[in-house]
Ligand binder design. Structure first.
Ligand SMILES: CC(C)(COP(=O)(O)OP(=O)(O)OC[C@H]1O[C@@H](n2cnc3c(N)ncnc32)[C@H](O)[C@@H]1OP(=O)(O)O)[C@@H](O)C(=O)NCCC(=O)NCCS
Length: 193
């Protein structure tokens, strides 16, 4: 799917593929220290990325410039939930489900933040998820309360705060219940890396 960013550049949104590996490593290693502090679902070396996508429940999504083919955003969906977050999420009264829950971690390259890429990539991911059995999106490890852009981004996209916890500062746990009107429900999609 092709979109125009707020800086008027054309950007392509799609699933991550095995051909993206080197570009993805460049993307990850070029993130600023600040962004790396906010986004770290896996290590940023090649072997760690390969191992991460060996696990069928992990799906990657990228935004890529149409002209230079540079990856400018990368988001992860894990089907199910993180064991590490489960006890905390259950303490809010949530019943977790490995089929209908998924866990979301978004990132956008520093120079491209606030250009509308996060919103557009999220909508693209949402439309992909509606072809699966997913009913709810959970934030990967919550969001740091002082990460104003991210908190606004989640709220803007319909996420609700369900709790808060302290870990490297104060954090919110947020979830998005996919409206039943959006869900097309079929089988879980394939992995492309
Ligand atoms: C959080 C992140 C994914 C958002 O993506 P983005 O492309 O920068 O965001 P967008 O430009 O699509 O804007 C999405 C919403 O975020 C908010 N937002 C964006 N830029 C903002 C800014 N400078 N100040 C405050 N809110 C801002 C707005 O609500 C915006 O929606 P609107 O433009 O419709 O009002 C991205 O900034 C990022 O990767 N940040 C670093 C890594 C990170 O924090 N990941 C999340 C960890 S929990």
């Amino acid at each position: 799917m092709q979109i125009e960013a707020k800086n008027n550049r054309q950007v392509f949104l799609r699933r991550l593929s095995s051909n993206d590996l080197d570009n993805l490593i460049d993307y990850l290693q070029n993130l600023s220290v600040e962004t790396k502090k906010r986004f770290g679902p896996h290590n940023f070396d090649k072997q760690s990325v390969i191992e991460f996508y060996d696990f069928n429940a992990n799906l990657g999504y990228v935004a890529q410039t149409v002209d230079t083919k540079e990856i400018i955003a990368y988001s992860i969906i894990k089907i199910g939930y993180l064991e590490h977050d489960a006890i905390r999420l259950q303490s809010y009264g949530m019943t977790l489900d490995i089929i209908t829950d998924c866990t979301f971690a978004p990132s956008v390259a520093d120079l491209w933040q606030s250009c509308g890429i996060g919103n557009n990539l999220f909508r693209f991911i949402l439309s992909d998820l509606t072809t699966m059995k997913i009913e709810r999106i959970i934030l990967w490890g919550g969001v740091q309360m002082d990460n104003e852009i991210a908190v606004n981004f989640y709220r803007k996209n319909g996420f609700k705060t369900i709790g808060q916890f302290a870990y490297n500062g104060d954090n919110y746990d947020m979830i998005y219940d996919i409206p039943s009107t959006l869900r097309k429900a079929s089988s879980v999609g394939g992995i492309t890396i």
